[in-house]
Structure formats: structure tokens, C-alpha cells
Design a protein around this ligand. Structure first.
Ligand code: FAD
Ligand code: DLZ
Ligand code: SF4
Length: 514
């Protein structure tokens, strides 16, 4: 057999026809390698729906490449002899095919990039690692922005300034040098409470085809004891279905995305959110095409500015910023614990059996769907972990396991920096800490709860109420110099010793029973 020119190794979150490793691939000449490996599914015990989604998307992507005429070597997890790790897969493939070089797009996670850098020695062939230009800002561009003209390591970084830079660079919603509508950010219009009369749209369902059914059987057999429900899997797993999903979002949900971005309702896991993160993160959708659709919808008068701007901000702002922070701060970022939180993760994170109704809904939906929207993640689950002082490493592991869009590069800064303030304010200007009043305002959870959101102390009181003040009290030293916390810390200092005693006693009682 003649040697192929190159072997192109495509990882599970690189399912884009435009990914750099495939940019110059030639049908009939190069070999494309893809593999389902046990190590990736078990280094943390991913949600069953997440594994099913990714394996099915990988298998369909391989089929699409074959239909284009490419030679794809696809190793299924259950095929005899499939190696357990990426490194072993590659080593064996190089022995089989003796390519003149191996081409890989840079892995999205630090752990895998470190391993990839060693593959060169192990495989005995030239390995070319290309940058991942599906992101809008390269590592060098983000670093240059973060370090500024003097090249100094920053003490803090704020998304808003990075976002403006990205708007200028991309030209999304720009009128010359000025932002469309005269403001960069319509965040204040994104906090509406949702009247009962507003009904979120029903998302389209993509019933499993034969390929997906095979994957579902495999996942149940091999990962049946992992967290999560596998039943009624109906997510898009092909490029064509992903595009149809994007169309559905821009037509049906985007128009209200801005108004109700922070709202929560029992039994409505999606609200007006896009549900696109997993599709973008694994490569089935390109972030640029998602933003372009939102911009077109605005230009055609199909979506208001606060919706289009809010959605584009999440993608070219938050998503890129989060990734930039990850690569700037690794490898130490995962160990950050500025508030010294050390409580173990409560068991109910795996069962959803808790009397706190907001947490019950957010965790049960996570278990059923491998999805919860941003405010459930940040202001219910993350907020609880922050207030209760749960050890950041176990919170990171949980978030990496349970969501079908979770990869370390995006999960870690969101947990460490945004939800837990464990980086001491590098990413967020103040902790996202809130009492029950916030959850009550933004959701209908409190009406069905065993606790009373209005009560501040005693056995019926909403735990978020006393945990909030107990958190501020416990962390006075760490938070006292934060200007944005000045007023609330002053209120804490004005509390009578008796009131403070009640808060501490309620919090201790609740936390001891966790
Ligand atoms: P939408 O609300 O429709 O937003 C549109 C898109 O913007 C998303 O699809 C996503 O691509 C992007 N986006 C929005 N917010 C963020 C953000 N903070 N960081 C990065 N991208 C963002 N997102 C992940 O993709 N993977 C994760 O593992 C993940 N873990 C998170 C953990 C915590 C504690 C928090 C607070 C947030 C986390 N997020 C994560 C960010 C955000 O919650 C999800 O991207 C969003 O909920 C996905 O749902 P959606 O597609 O409906 O988003
Ligand atoms: C998340 C995941 C899982 C569960 N399984 C695989 C797999 O079997 N094969 C694969 O190529 N990718 C998988 N992934 C995604 C990888 O974890 C992801 O590509 C890397 O972590 C990126 O650094
Ligand atoms: Fe959550 Fe408190 Fe409301 Fe219950 S009362 S749902 S615990 S915020």
C-alpha cells in the first residue's frame, strides 16, 4: 500500500468541515482518523446524554466526510482492539498507515494539548499542531489584549472591554465606528421578569436514526451507571440538523431572547435560550454563522436590537473571553480557591432530591436533559455552591460531567471565575451572590417550595436568605476592599449582634445537615 500524504486526526469537538486540520485535506489521498476512546468518556464520568450526543455527532460527521469522498478511519468504542487513549489510537494508526506527517487542530483542553505535545516522540512521525481558527480571537490576540501595551500580567480582566474590541474587529452591529443603537450593551434590557401569559416556543425534536440508536444502545451498555437520563434523546447530531436548529432559534426564540434572558420557569428548561452551545462547542455550528444569523434577523426587523446584541455578546464576548482567560491562566486556574471553600458537594447534586425547589428543578432538568440555561447554572446552582462554600474542585468536576456542552476550557472559568469567585475577582467584579429575593423575582420556583422566600430566619426561612448574609459574614476579609460590595458590607456591619447570631445559627444548622 502506498503511503498516504498525511493523517488528519479529528477530535470529538472538532466536527467542522472548516476545522484547520481539514482545510487542505484531499479526498482520495489523505486519511482522516477519528476514534471513540474510553479515556475521554471516563476521565470524568460524563452524563450519558453527553456521550451519546458526541459519539452520534462524530459518527454522522464521519459519514458526511465519506460522502464527500474522503477516506475516514473511524474507530468505534465497541470495536475489538480500539485503544483506550488518543495517544494509543494515533500511535497504532501511524504504524498502520506510515503517513509522512500527522496533522491535528490544537485540542481545546489543556490536558489534551499537553498529551498531544508528547505524541510527536511516541509516534515517530512529524506532527503538525494547527491553531483552532474557529475561535474569533487567537491565543496571541487575546494575550496581547489582556497584557496591554506594557505587556504586564493583569490583576483583573473585564469582558465588557474585550467585547467592544471584538465588536470593532468583527463589525457586528456597528455603524462605522459606533455601536448600532448608540450603546455597546443592552444588558439592562435583558432582565425582564416573564409574565405567565408568555409561552416559550417548543424546540424541534430530532428523533434518533439508526446510527444514533446504535450509539444509545452502546452508551446504556457501557456507561449505564453514569449520571443522567438517556431516554427521549432527540438532539440534532448532524450539520444539516444543526443548521435547522439555528433557523428555528433565530425565528422562534431570538425575538424574545433579550427580554427574558434571566427568567426561569418550572417545566420550561429552555425559555428563550438557543440551546446551541453544545453544537457550537463540538463544531457542528460555527460561532460566526450564529452571529451572522442574529444580525440578519435584526436587519430584517425580525428581532429587536436588545435580542441580537445580547446573543452576539454571549458569543463574541463571553464565549471568547472565557476561552481567553482559560488559556491565560492555565495550568494553575483549576486550583484557585480564593475564599478557602472546602465543603463537599452535597449528595442531592446527583439525585435532585432536595426541598429547595429552585435547586430541585435546576438539577432535575440537568439530569434529564444534560442542559440548564445560564441563569439556572449561575444564579441557582452556582450561587448555592458559592454561598454554601462548596469546594471549587468538586463543583468544577460536577459541571464538567453534567452538561452536554461542557469542556474544561469553558466550564472552568465559568465555575472558578464567574460562579464561585474562586479567582478572587480576576474575571468578575464582584461575587454573583444573591438571596432568595432574586430567585423569586426571576422565577416561579418559590411558590412551590417548602421554604418561605420572605422569611429571613427560622426553620421555614428560605436557606438562600441566611446563607447569603452568612457568606458575606464569613468572607468579610476577602470582600472588604471590593468597592462594588461597599454598600452591602456596610449593611452587614450595621446588623445587631442578635440578628447576626440568628443568621450564623441558621446557616450552621442548615450546612451541618447537608
Ligand atoms: P444562550 O443563552 O442561548 O447563549 C448563546 C450562546 O452564547 C451559547 O450557546 C454559548 O455558546 C454562548 N455563551 C453564553 N454565555 C456563555 C458563557 N458564560 N461562557 C461561554 N459561552 C457562553 N457554557 C458552555 O458552553 N459549556 C460549559 O461547560 C459551561 N459551563 C458553565 C458553568 C457555569 C457555572 C456557568 C455560570 C455557565 C456555564 N456555561 C457553559 C455558560 C452558559 O451557561 C452556557 O453556554 C449556556 O447556558 C448554554 O445554553 P444556550 O446555548 O441555550 O445559551
Ligand atoms: C467529550 C468527549 C468524549 C466523551 N469522548 C470522545 C471520544 O471518544 N473521542 C473524541 O475524539 N473526543 C471525545 N470527547 C471530546 C474530547 O474530550 C475533546 O475533543 C478533547 O477534550 C479536546 O481537548
Ligand atoms: Fe429556592 Fe428559597 Fe425560592 Fe425555595 S424559597 S425556591 S429555596 S429561593
Amino acid at each position: 500500500m502506498s503511503s498516504p500524504a498525511s493523517l488528519r486526526f479529528v477530535l470529538g469537538d472538532q466536527l467542522s468541515r472548516t476545522v484547520s486540520s481539514l482545510a487542505d485535506a484531499e479526498p482520495g489521498k489523505d486519511i482522516i482518523l477519528m476514534a471513540e476512546v474510553a479515556e475521554e468518556a471516563t476521565h470524568v464520568r460524563h452524563h450519558k446524554k453527553k456521550i451519546a450526543f458526541l459519539f452520534s455527532a462524530m459518527r454522522h460527521f464521519a459519514e458526511d466526510l465519506r460522502a464527500e469522498g474522503f477516506t475516514v478511519e473511524y474507530l468505534r468504542l465497541d470495536a475489538p482492539g480500539t485503544p483506550r487513549t488518543f495517544g494509543a489510537v494515533l500511535q497504532a494508526a501511524v504504524l498502520r498507515h506510515t503517513p509522512d506527517r500527522v496533522i491535528l487542530t490544537e485540542p481545546s483542553e489543556y490536558r489534551v494539548l499537553q498529551a498531544a505535545r508528547k505524541w510527536q516522540e511516541e509516534i515517530g512521525a512529524a506532527l503538525e499542531i494547527r491553531s483552532d481558527d474557529r475561535f474569533l480571537a487567537s491565543h496571541e490576540e487575546f494575550r496581547a489584549w489582556a497584557l496591554g501595551p506594557k505587556g504586564l500580567q493583569p490583576k483583573t480582566l473585564r469582558m465588557e472591554f474585550f467585547y467592544r474590541e471584538m465588536r470593532r474587529r468583527t463589525g457586528y452591529l456597528m455603524d462605522g465606528d459606533a455601536p448600532t443603537g448608540g450603546h455597546w450593551n443592552f444588558d439592562h434590557d435583558n432582565r425582564g421578569t416573564m409574565p405567565d401569559s408568555v409561552i416559550p416556543p417548543v424546540r424541534p425534536s430530532f428523533p434518533p436514526d439508526a446510527l444514533t440508536l446504535e450509539v444509545l444502545t452502546l452508551v446504556e451498555a457501557r456507561f449505564g451507571d453514569h449520571f443522567g437520563v438517556l431516554d427521549s434523546f432527540d438532539y440534532p447530531v448532524t450539520r444539516a440538523d444543526a443548521l435547522a436548529y439555528l433557523d428555528w432559534f433565530t425565528q422562534s426564540a431570538l425575538p424574545h431572547f433579550g427580554d427574558y434572558q434571566d427568567a426561569m420557569r418550572a417545566g420550561a428548561p429552555l425559555m428563550f435560550h438557543s440551546h446551541l452551545s453544545a453544537l457550537i462547542n463540538c463544531g457542528l455550528l460555527d460561532p460566526r454563522e450564529c452571529c451572522a444569523r442574529a444580525e440578519i434577523a435584526f436587519a430584517r426587523g425580525e428581532a429587536p436590537l436588545n435580542a441580537a446584541e445580547g446573543f452576539i455578546r454571549q458569543i463574541i464576548g463571553w464565549r471568547e473571553f472565557i476561552r481567553g482567560v482559560y488559556w491565560l491562566k492555565m495550568p494553575d486556574y483549576g486550583m484557585a480557591n480564593a475564599l478557602g471553600a472546602d465543603r463537599p458537594l452535597p449528595d442531592f447534586f446527583w439525585t435532585a432530591q432536595t426541598r429547595l425547589n429552585c435547586l430541585h428543578h435546576a438539577i432535575a432538568e440537568t439530569r434529564d436533559n444534560a442542559y440548564a440555561h445560564h441563569i439556572q447554572r449561575l444564579m441557582v446552582i452556582g450561587n448555592f455552591c458559592l454561598l454554601a462554600g462548596i469546594d471549587p474542585k468538586s463543583v468544577q468536576d460536577w459541571f464538567l460531567i453534567v452538561y452536554f456542552d461542557a469542556y474544561e476550557w469553558v466550564e472552568m472559568p465559568n465555575v472558578v471565575g464567574m460562579a464561585l469567585y474562586a479567582d478572587g475577582g480576576f474575571l468578575a467584579s464582584k461575587p454573583y451572590a444573591a438571596s432568595g429575593a432574586y430567585i423569586d423575582r426571576m422565577s416561579d420556583y418559590c411558590g412551590g417550595c417548602a421554604f418561605d422566600v420572605k422569611a429571613k430566619s427560622g426553620p421555614k426561612a428560605c436557606p438562600f436568605n441566611y446563607l447569603y448574609w452568612d457568606f458575606l459574614d464569613r468572607n468579610q476579609d476577602a470582600l472588604k476592599s471590593n468597592h462594588r460590595m461597599g454598600m452591602i458590607m456596610a449593611s452587614l456591619r450595621k446588623m445587631t449582634p442578635q440578628r447576626l447570631g440568628e443568621i450564623r445559627a441558621d446557616a450552621r444548622h442548615f450546612l451541618d445537615a447537608l
